[in-house]
Write a protein that binds this ligand. Structure first.
Ligand SMILES: CC(C)(COP(=O)(O)OP(=O)(O)OC[C@H]1O[C@@H](n2cnc3c(N)ncnc32)[C@H](O)[C@@H]1OP(=O)(O)O)[C@@H](O)C(=O)NCCC(=O)NCCS
Length: 200
């Protein structure tokens, strides 16, 4: 989406206190192989080899087939080692001019989980997207985790989904503006790599 930007988190931050040398960068250029391996390893460890292969293919396809203007990738590094990644792609609504991005997938390296990295990565990413004019963030995952960074469950009447949802309770979103999230007028279209019923 734009050129490299990164920020170091100082250890006086409550979350960074648990993880003192984290750098967040918004740029994946030249790092696709590292990123897709990270996704494969994390999902293989948490959900098995098949899921690891599926998310490996999804992240590779997202990074290589999504137009640059529709893609925003945030990575977290611990002393030069990639330890987390969040991929956002544009979600278009046919009859609504608002700018929306969908987060999928995201993951934190197994050995770094539970130390605040995921929340810090997403807080940074959502602030950066807001600064770039993104008005709505959407994701499809466990509300217990994503509610920590502002996501809340929404119906498909409020945010039309690009595919039928197998787990409607995991459809969550937030406004990135001061206005509350009012219904978006669909139908919606996601990145081609995500437009597969297997992911929904
Ligand atoms: C889900 C994930 C991204 C969270 O990142 P993280 O850095 O481990 O999370 P944080 O340390 O910032 O936050 C941890 C808190 O969130 C909760 N949490 C973490 N993962 C959770 C999950 N999958 N569901 C519900 N709650 C979760 C923890 O209980 C913890 O709560 P606590 O601080 O009260 O103990 C990471 O655990 C991960 O990559 N998991 C495997 C892949 C995955 O499930 N990705 C998301 C789907 S695309």
């Amino acid at each position: 989406m734009e050129s490299l930007r990164s920020i170091w988190y100082a250890p006086d931050d409550p979350i960074a206190l648990r993880f003192t040398a984290m750098q967040i960068t918004q740029d994946q250029v030249g790092r696709n192989d590292q990123i897709v391996q990270l996704f494969r390893d994390i999902f293989a460890a948490s959900e098995g080899a098949d899921e690891g292969a599926l998310i490996h293919a999804l992240s590779r396809d997202l990074l290589t087939t999504t137009p640059m203007d529709d893609l925003s990738v945030f990575t977290a590094e611990d002393t030069d080692t990639l330890c987390g990644c969040a991929i956002f792609t544009r979600l278009r609504f046919a009859n609504d001019p608002r700018v929306a991005f969908l987060l999928s997938p995201m993951a934190v390296a197994t050995e770094h989980q539970g130390k605040g990295v995921g929340q810090k990565l997403l807080t940074h990413a959502l602030n950066a997207l807001r600064d770039e004019g993104v008005q709505v963030a959407v994701t499809y995952g466990d509300p217990n985790f994503y509610s920590r960074v502002g996501f809340a469950p929404v119906s498909t009447h409020t945010v039309p989904a690009p595919q039928p949802l197998n787990m409607p309770h995991g459809w969550i979103a937030q406004s990135l503006t001061e206005a509350p999230l009012s219904p978006l007028s669909g139908p919606s279209t996601c990145a081609p790599a995500l437009n597969n019923p297997e992911f929904w």
